[in-house]
Design a protein around this ligand. Structure first.
Ligand code: ADP
Ligand code: MG
Length: 236
């Protein structure tokens, strides 16, 4: 069973009389627990594809299945519910609430689901796993960029999503912080079997993923997996 299935997924934008084919007929399966880097030049459709996967955008055509649910068949409420339950989104600007401390920020998504009973414990545990226990009562303004990013990652995981999406998470941090981020993501990916889809133009970061999807003009140019034996990329 595919965790996520894209079938001829398409998103067009209209700008005046011009039609921009941001994502143009993408078909692929993502299995549970995969760690995927989406790469490609600026304007190739990476963000649009991620926003489609995160149910932030509705496709112009084609289908998107998440855990075998056809997302096109969901009404607005169910769609929002599915997004809250199944998808963790790490935005480039982190989108932390400045009036809340680290724990409160990480607990925020629990508001949108029932059975959030063990939520606080889960939040505390995640904060420990991202190495911020000593900052748990601090506000975002008292944190470094890398620390805020780790809060955003902990928050994205609090509802035990089946999918975590990150759009250029290393764009605004230094090399060492970026390397730590990759190690953290690898660990979460293995320990929690959570599927990770990460948009990046950093080749080091992309190299850490086990599958690389390269977009060009809204289409899949290459789709390669890291070979088990020699670490070489082979067609997926
Ligand atoms: P990337 O993330 O790879 O840089 P995007 O998905 O942001 O690519 O953009 C893909 C194409 O869609 C680009 O040509 C971009 O200008 C266009 N585009 C993105 N968002 C919009 C929008 N809201 N309205 C019109 N065009 C858009
Ligand atoms: Mg982008």
């Amino acid at each position: 069973m595919a965790n996520v299935r894209l079938v001829e997924l398409t998103k067009y934008y209209k700008r005046g009389s011009e039609v921009i084919k941001a994502v143009h007929g993408v078909t692929l399966d993502i299995d549970k627990g995969e760690f995927i880097a989406v790469v490609g030049r600026s304007g190739s459709g990476k963000t649009t594809m991620l926003d489609l996967l995160g149910l932030l955008l509705k496709p112009t055509a084609g289908s998107l299945f998440i855990d075998d649910v056809d997302t096109a068949k969901l009404g607005d409420r169910d769609r929002a519910h599915m997004r809250a339950l199944k998808v963790g989104f790490v935005f480039q600007e982190y989108n932390l609430l400045s009036g809340l401390n680290v724990l409160e920020n990480v607990m925020l998504p629990l508001r949108y689901v029932k059975n959030g009973k063990d939520g606080k414990q889960r939040a505390v545990e995640l904060i420990e796993r991202v190495g911020l226990t000593d900052r748990i009562k601090h506000r975002p303004t008292e944190l470094s960029g890398g620390q805020m990013q780790r809060v955003a990652i902990a928050r994205s995981m609090v509802n035990r999503p089946s999918l975590i999406l990150l759009d250029e998470p290393t764009g605004a941090v230094d090399t060492e912080t970026a390397a730590q981020l990759v190690e953290l993501l690898k660990r979460l990916n293995t320990e929690d079997q959570v599927t990770i889809v990460l948009v990046t133009h950093d080749t080091d970061i992309a190299g850490a993923a086990r599958r690389q999807i390269r977009l060009k003009d809204g289409q899949v140019l290459t789709d390669e997996r890291m070979g088990a034996r020699d670490g070489e990329l082979v067609p997926a």
